[in-house]
Design a protein around this ligand. Structure first.
Ligand code: CTP
Length: 481
């Protein structure tokens, strides 16, 4: 263990502890992560005595204008040094009341302090004082649990989860991120106390969902949420995708298991939290659009559109940002069928151009989701879809190079249309503008002002309009010269 302690921050803490004869320990996640060889920049220090006083001594030793943030109510103090965030707290004992996850706190011993912690893997301490430098304190066999990759609570799991129900989400998040498992006792305790999640603030729950979402394989976490029945409370729309219906011997796939598989596939290609949310929610419109049709079997017509409409309410409830992140998720969900639908028998340039126009800068992310969405076990089906997507991607590149559609700006503006034909703002201007855009997207003309102006004259003529200057369209002065 000592070799992990040679770090300038820990050296300084230890030096002060020696000088002032203070008993203190590094605890919790920092020790866990040393053993897991996952370096972290957050250090939690438990001082047998006053954490705040010790933090002040450390700030004085560092000198300069080191700031100590003191949270008197919690008895904690924090400072940053060499890019580490170090939190000091006095050893404490905690007890809980039924209506709140905020404990009543008393001074305590290190043993009390480790006992109050959520999981055995977090109830570890290493001494940094004179008497116990480098000594690992592991009263609940947390190191063994780390080796066996298991999340257990130090005390009775029922009490642990009932006292602080956020720990149910933390258990799932740790299992998902660290690739650990939860034993039967832990799962059934979470399941039993799942309704207690209602005393936890939505922000905290969502923070844990986000951390789970950022695992390498988030399916682990979402399946555990399902298994413990937390999913139906915190993400009912995702839970509604569970299940398989059978009609006249025909069944559809279980959309929950499909979704988490898509999410895992996507996570191999992208770290973008919002794209991961789009993957989790891409089929969320399916339960409400599900129909059985005698000819085509199970259908989910319009689930892309309905799903995108459901996003704002979900984001609002989860207290996720209601800004461009939400719009991004909506857009990806709305468009998620497009790349597959244009890649049927023949992939036309015009369909690809329209897709590029609608997806804009999100085209790459959309393609990543669509590729992740192929979860068929049939190798031939996968090969065919992937091949079609390769063609779509190639065409997207070619069209982007040729026509610059991605961030489409109309090459002829409404003002110019009005000026050319002496029109005031109104329907006719809109029709001409739209027909130019459509002609570009259909590949009738290219995306440049010269061809757009010629087209404008022809279109206007069809509508009985002539340019004020009365010139032949072939010679018409362009706005640029
Ligand atoms: N802790 C707890 N119950 C909670 C939250 C935290 O017992 N609801 C304890 C755990 O011992 C944890 C420590 O407080 O190790 C620090 O909490 P935190 O910083 O939230 O978590 P870490 O374990 O450090 O992990 P991470 O930084 O990955 O969230």
């Amino acid at each position: 263990m000592n070799k992990y302690l040679s770090n300038p921050v820990l050296d300084l803490i230890s030096k002060i502890a020696f000088e002032t004869n203070t008993e203190l320990y590094i605890v919790g996640g920092y020790v866990r992560d040393i053993i897991l060889k996952r370096p972290t920049k957050d250090i939690d220090v438990v001082v047998v005595g006053s954490g705040i006083e010790f933090a002040r001594k450390m700030a004085t030793a560092i000198g300069g204008n080191t700031n100590v943030s003191v949270f008197k109510n919690f008895g904690t103090a924090m400072l940053t040094y060499k890019n580490y965030e170090i939190e000091f707290v006095g050893a404490r004992k905690e007890s809980y009341r039924i209506e709140s996850r905020k404990p009543i706190v008393e001074d305590g011993t290190l043993d009390d302090d480790l006992q109050r912690r959520d999981f055995t893997i977090n109830a570890l301490a290493v001494g940094l004082g004179k008497e116990n430098y480098g000594k690992l304190i592991d009263p609940f066999r947390g190191v063994e649990d780390i080796k066996n990759k298991i999340i257990r609570t130090p005390l009775d799991p029922e009490a642990t989860f009932s006292d602080d129900p956020l720990r149910m989400m933390r258990a799932i998040r740790f299992a998902s991120r660290l690739k650990f498992s939860l034993d039967e006792v832990t799962i059934s305790a979470i399941s039993k106390h799942r309704e207690r999640i209602s005393i936890v603030s939505q922000e905290r729950i969502t923070e844990e969902i986000n951390k789970t979402m950022l695992s390498e394989r988030p399916s682990t976490g979402f399946k555990l949420m399902d298994q413990t029945r937390l999913l139906e409370i915190i993400l009912p729309e995702v839970h509604a995708m569970k299940g398989v219906d059978v009609m006249k011997g025909r069944m559809h796939k279980d959309n929950f298991y499909h979704t988490v598989k898509v999410l895992d596939n996507l996570c191999k290609k992208s770290d973008n939290l919002w794209l991961r949310w789009a993957a989790l929610l891409h089929d969320v419109g399916k339960p409400l659009t599900k129909k059985y049709d005698e000819c085509s079997g199970w259908t989910f017509h319009g689930h892309d559109y309905l799903g995108s409409k459901m996003i704002p309410a979900i984001f609002r409830r989860l207290k996720l940002p209601l800004n461009e992140k939400m719009k991004y998720v909506q857009k990806i969900v709305r468009l998620h069928l497009r790349p597959i639908s244009i890649s049927g028998e023949e992939i036309t340039d015009s369909a690809v151009r329209r897709l590029l126009y609608e997806a804009g800068d999100q085209i790459e992310d959309l393609m990543i989701l669509c590729e992740a969405d192929i979860t068929s076990k049939n190798k031939e089906t996968v090969r065919r879809h992937m091949n079609n997507f390769r063609i779509v991607r190639r065409k997207l590149r070619e069209i982007e190079e040729k026509d610059a559609i991605r961030n489409f700006q109309p090459p002829v503006k409404g003002e110019e249309i009005m000026k050319t034909f002496g029109l005031s703002p109104g329907r006719e201007v809109g029709i001409i503008k739209k027909s130019i855009k459509e002609a570009i997207l259909d590949g009738i003309i290219r995306n440049n002002s010269e061809e757009a102006r010629r087209f404008m004259i022809v279109k206007a003529r069809e509508m009985g309009l002539e340019p004020l200057e009365g010139k032949n369209p072939e010679n018409l002065r362009t706005g640029d010269n």
